[in-house]
Every structure is written in structure tokens, then in C-alpha cells.
Design a protein around this ligand. Structure first.
Ligand SMILES: NC(=O)c1ccc[n+]([C@@H]2O[C@H](COP(=O)([O-])OP(=O)(O)OC[C@H]3O[C@@H](n4cnc5c(N)ncnc54)[C@H](OP(=O)(O)O)[C@@H]3O)[C@@H](O)[C@H]2O)c1
Length: 307
């Protein structure tokens, strides 16, 4: 039976274990992929700790396989799937976990892997890069406008800086001192996070900022909000309750093939580097998630199958 890395109840890392799952088959509208690589994201740990969606009232069925994005080779397509066939190299959001030998992907939220893109690089596009893209599109700032990105050195932040630069925006990014050079190389003006962030941003942008894309929440978001009079240009991916209280919006995720095609195109054209910082063999999936849960990784981490 194929193996997967899952949690057996809600809680901390001690709930994680390898499990054997029944031979998976694709549901209607799904592609079953033999996984080659899976991206690791903060949300994987949040879900394990029982982060539930607003309408999410059903009883969970454990074990739950970790992971929310994967690349692989199509094994079988489910009823109603058009445009994909067994043998296709695909990447996408997952339906039931990506830290697995096999993962069903929704055809509507998956795309074919461009030839020039590796399985490993594409594995980090559906969550971090696509979220960055959705947010930048939603803000709709004109070329030449100034955008503040909090958490610019993290997985989504790196992508947000690069995508914003590709859209012609001037970007100011917050990151710890150790990531200053990294963030500057991405094309952002670096500012240190922490108390009195707004004053430091004003010092490098005396004319003000036109939008904020927050990827940190808490104090960073509260400080950043004071920089905007038009709160329709205040967006967060990481702090849903706070953002609503501050009059901004949480990023609405498209999760479409069109967005995946677009972020892949940006990578192939050299506008977006997936910035895979480290890869882990599937046996060390827990170690990869621990590193991400610490909250300060540089770029993205990937679990590679068969590595
Ligand atoms: N809604 C969605 O679909 C969606 C999708 C992707 C991500 N997200 C959310 O967006 C957030 C960021 O995701 P990510 O993948 O970019 O995470 P990440 O790779 O862990 O990066 C988080 C960044 O936040 C910074 N940070 C952490 N604690 C901080 C603090 N107290 N003050 C200032 N900066 C701090 C870190 O910067 P330094 O290392 O420089 O300290 C790090 O670079 C997470 O909450 C994630 O769940 C949501």
C-alpha cells in the first residue's frame, strides 16, 4: 500500500506519523498524480493544529495526510476530466494532502508542467506564489506605485516582491536583518520589522505607500495599516480576523489553472524564481515541516519523493 505522512489527531508534531493508505483512485474532476515533489507551507501545520474554515463543521476523518500542493505524473484521471491524461506532468493544489506517494489533484486547480520547469520548482507555486499573485492582482496598483510587503523574505513574500516588481511596482519589504541583502537582491527596499515600522517605512517612502500586502499579521499589520488612508489597498494572507477589524481584506484565492499557468510563465520568463531553499527526502517530511513552522525559513522548502 502507498505511504503518506499524516496526522492522527489535531495537535503538535507528535501527532504526525507515516501511514499506509488504500490504493487511491481519482474522484470526479480529479487527476491522480504519482507525486514527485510537495511544497511545505505554514498552513500545513496550522491545519494539523486544527485551524478550521468558517463553514467547516464536519467531523474530520483521521489520519489526514499533510500538504496542500504537489507536482507529479498523472496516473489516472477521474470522471469528467478533460485536458489531462495519464502520463502528463502536472502541478496543483491537492485535495487530500501532498506529502504522499500518490495525491489526487483537482483538474480545475491544476496545470501542466512547462518543459522548462522542474517538478521541485513547480511544487512551490500553487500555494505561496499563487497567493502572492492573487494578492498583487487584487490590489491592482498601477506601474510606478509603491507597495509594502511585510514578511518579504518568506515563501509568499519572496514571490510577492518578484511579482510586484514584474508588474512595475516599487516595493518596500520588511525582513529580519539577516535577510536584508536577500530582500534587496529581489528588488525591494529593505526595512527592519518590529516596533515603529511605520516610521521606518515613511523614512524610505516620504510620499507614502499605495498598498500593503501583509504576510505576518500582529504588530506588523497594525503598523502597516497606519500608512494607508484607503484601506481597500490593505490586504493580508496571514491574519484574517485582524485584517477585517482594520478595514482591509484577506486575500481571495483563485486556485485556478489560469493562475498556475501565469505564475509558471513568470518563472519560465525569469521574472519569478521559486527560491527553493532546501529539499528533503520524503522520510524527513516532519523535519521540513518543523523548519517551516519555526517561521523564519528563507524561500521555500520541498519534500522530494524518491530522493
Ligand atoms: N490564504 C492563503 O491561501 C495563504 C497562502 C500562503 C500563505 N498564507 C499565510 O501567509 C503567511 C506567510 O506565509 P509564508 O509561506 O510566506 O510563511 P514563511 O515562509 O514562514 O514566511 C513568514 C515570514 O514572516 C516573517 N515573520 C515571522 N514572524 C515575524 C514577526 N513576529 N515579525 C515580523 N516578521 C515575522 C519571517 O521573516 P524573517 O525570517 O525575516 O523574520 C518570514 O520570512 C502565513 O501566515 C501563511 O499561513 C496564506
Amino acid at each position: 500500500m502507498p505511504k503518506a505522512y499524516a496526522y492522527t489527531r489535531y495537535g503538535g508534531p507528535d501527532t504526525e506519523t507515516f501511514v499506509h493508505v488504500d490504493g487511491p483512485s481519482p474522484g470526479p474532476g480529479q487527476i491522480l498524480a504519482a507525486v514527485r515533489a510537495a511544497g511545505v507551507n505554514p498552513v500545513d501545520g496550522k491545519l494539523r493544529r486544527s485551524m478550521r474554515g468558517p463553514g467547516d463543521t464536519g467531523e474530520p476523518e483521521f489520519p489526514i495526510v499533510l500538504g496542500n500542493e504537489a507536482t507529479g505524473v498523472g496516473e489516472e484521471v477521474g470522471e469528467g476530466v478533460t485536458g489531462f491524461a495519464a502520463g502528463d506532468a502536472v502541478f496543483g493544489n491537492t485535495v487530500a494532502g501532498g506529502y504522499a506517494e500518490y495525491a489526487p489533484l483537482p483538474a480545475a486547480g491544476s496545470a501542466r508542467l512547462p518543459q522548462k520547469l522542474s517538478f521541485t520548482d513547480a511544487a512551490v507555486l500553487p500555494v505561496a506564489a499563487a497567493t502572492a499573485y492573487d494578492g498583487i492582482r487584487r490590489l491592482g496598483l498601477p506601474a510606478g506605485a509603491t507597495l509594502l510587503v511585510t514578511g518579504a523574505g518568506g515563501g509568499a513574500g519572496v514571490a510577492a516582491v518578484r511579482i510586484a516588481r514584474a508588474f512595475g511596482l516599487r516595493v518596500i519589504g520588511t525582513a529580519s536583518e539577516g535577510k536584508k541583502e536577500f530582500v534587496e537582491q529581489l528588488g525591494a527596499v529593505h526595512v527592519a520589522p518590529g516596533a515603529e515600522l511605520a516610521a521606518r517605512v515613511r523614512a524610505v517612502a516620504p510620499e507614502g505607500v499605495d498598498g500593503v500586502y501583509d504576510l505576518v499579521g500582529g504588530e506588523a499589520l497594525q503598523e502597516a495599516a497606519t500608512l494607508l488612508t484607503d484601506r481597500s489597498k490593505l490586504l493580508s494572507a496571514g491574519a484574517p480576523r485582524e485584517i477585517e477589524r482594520l478595514g482591509g481584506a484577506r486575500v481571495a484565492r483563485a486556485r485556478t489553472a489560469a493562475v498556475l499557468d501565469e505564475v509558471a510563465r513568470l518563472v519560465v520568463h525569469g521574472d519569478l524564481d521559486p527560491h527553493v531553499g532546501r529539499t528533503f527526502p520524503s522520510e524527513r517530511a516532519g523535519e521540513a515541516l518543523r523548519a517551516v513552522e519555526e517561521g523564519h525559513v528563507r524561500g521555500k522548502l520541498v519534500i522530494e519523493a524518491g530522493a
